[in-house]
Design a protein around this ligand. Structure first.
Ligand SMILES: *Cc1c(COP(=O)(O)O)cnc(C)c1O
Length: 420
């Protein structure tokens, strides 16, 4: 069981909405800091353990600054993400660049910042050398194909576009070595939103074995293994949180047997978790603006897929509560929907909830990762503001809501006079 809390009272939210109308996302700084500390603390047996926060999960410099203070690195995969990282002051080894189908200018920027580059394909080695230069430290992403099963979001590794095959890894490291690369990393990310620690323990086991084999066969030394991101969060109240202790103890045991006892040099263990750090600490705050009864009972919100795509994209569950009615019996079954002309635009289907009145505040939970960030402007819908509930209890605007001017800003459009 996971209790779905919300850190503000109805009165506090009413206060906030006088300045910042719904919909908006609000993030809980204290929760984010605690999650970052928990992950680090769990791996305290490994002095060099680092989580590179996947910027795509919540690409806001205010959040990245908080994570920097907590000692995290950042995992980037595009030029704007690299620029965000640079803006916040991340450089060199603090940045992991795990991209795919990467354009030349992005590799150049990653090299300029001294980021750790994690290549997605054997052909990218010469591409990187050609468009920028090869670094001293280089990593490759492994895709074990038929040797492992994936989970639902990433799917069967054989169908996943990411990474090199087992055979390609040997040639890739040998080629990199012959081109003068000295230090190496190895990465794999096979699952997303996975709640079973055994899955990650198996990935660690696979990577430790592979490090030993590659080191021996190719004659190279590994500096790190990167277990990727993908630690899940309990979106559903009946789910248990990911067991960090089982995970950490499993990895520690394998590290002892497969690295230390084999006489291999010390290996840094890193991850690229985004969701685990910020996911549970974000909330989409919306207002119920319509109630419609046809073949089903609908609650229409002032938010839509633009604000949170996960339910439509993956059929993902997001917990929904009605502010001030947390303890009220869930006597109604509703579809809670957004305003896009797309029948996928539903936050919850057949959800048991207390009776909802117009103007009730509806809270959608666990929107702190892959929430606002995925938003798009389809149907002329604008992305919302992002607020931060700081550790001292203040409300800080960390991204303003988009305006109609923003929406039109890429058009050569003279018919708009700025009046909505
Ligand atoms: C998306 C992604 C992550 C982060 O995934 P989470 O589920 O947020 O932990 C990390 N690494 C890579 C390469 C990714 O594509």
């Amino acid at each position: 069981m996971t209790i779905k809390r919300f850190p503000l009272t109805a009165k506090q939210v009413a206060n906030i909405t006088t300045t910042y109308p719904t919909p908006f996302h609000i993030y809980d700084e204290q929760g984010i800091r605690q999650a970052a500390r928990n992950l680090k603390q769990t791996f305290s047996w490994s002095e060099t353990f680092t989580n590179y926060f996947a910027v795509k999960a919540l690409p806001n410099p205010h959040i990245l600054r908080i994570l920097k203070e907590e000692g995290l690195g950042v995992d980037c995969s595009s030029l704007p993400e690299l620029l965000l990282a640079q803006h916040v002051g991340f450089t060199g080894d603090d940045i992991m660049f795990t991209s795919n189908e990467t354009p030349a200018n992005e590799f150049r920027k990653a090299r300029e910042l001294g980021a750790i580059i994690n290549l997605d394909d054997i052909s990218h080695l010469e591409y990187l050398e050609h468009v920028a230069s090869l670094p001293d430290l280089l990593s490759f992403r492994y895709n074990p194909g038929p040797l492992r099963s994936g989970n639902t979001i990433i799917g069967d590794p054989r169908e996943a576009k990411y990474g090199l095959t087992y055979e390609q890894l040997f040639s890739a490291y040998a080629m990199a070595k012959s081109k003068g690369v000295h230090r190496f990393g190895l990465h794999a990310m096979l699952a997303s939103n996975e709640l079973d620690p055994l899955y990650f323990i198996e990935t660690a086991s696979m990577l430790f074995d592979l490090v030993a084999t590659l080191a021996r066969e190719v004659g190279i030394t590994f500096s790190f293994v990167n277990l990727g991101g993908g630690i899940g969060i309990p979106y559903r109240p009946e789910q248990e949180p990911f067991d960090l202790d089982i995970f950490s103890r499993g990895v520690a045991d394998l590290y002892e047997r497969k690295i230390v006892q084999q006489g291999l040099p010390p290996l840094q263990i890193v991850m690229e978790c985004g969701r685990f750090i910020t996911g549970p600490h974000g909330y989409l705050i919306t207002t119920a603006i319509h109630h419609k009864e046809t073949y089903k009972d609908y609650i229409g919100l002032d938010a839509c897929m633009t604000n949170l795509m996960r339910p439509a994209l993956y059929g993902a569950y997001h917990h929904v509560t009605v502010l001030g009615k947390e303890e009220a019996p869930a006597t109604h079954i509703y579809d809670v929907v957004g305003s896009l002309c797309e029948n996928f635009d539903k936050f919850a289907i057949d959800r048991s909830l207390p009776p909802i009145d117009t103007n009730d505040i509806v809270v959608i939970h666990d929107t702190g990762a892959h929430g606002h960030a995925m938003g798009f402007n389809y149907n002329g819908k604008l992305r919302s503001a992002e607020l931060l509930l700081t550790t001292s209890g203040n409300i800080q605007l960390i991204r303003r809501a988009e305006t109609i001017e923003d929406y039109f800003s890429t058009l050569d459009f003279t018919g708009f006079n700025g009046q909505a």
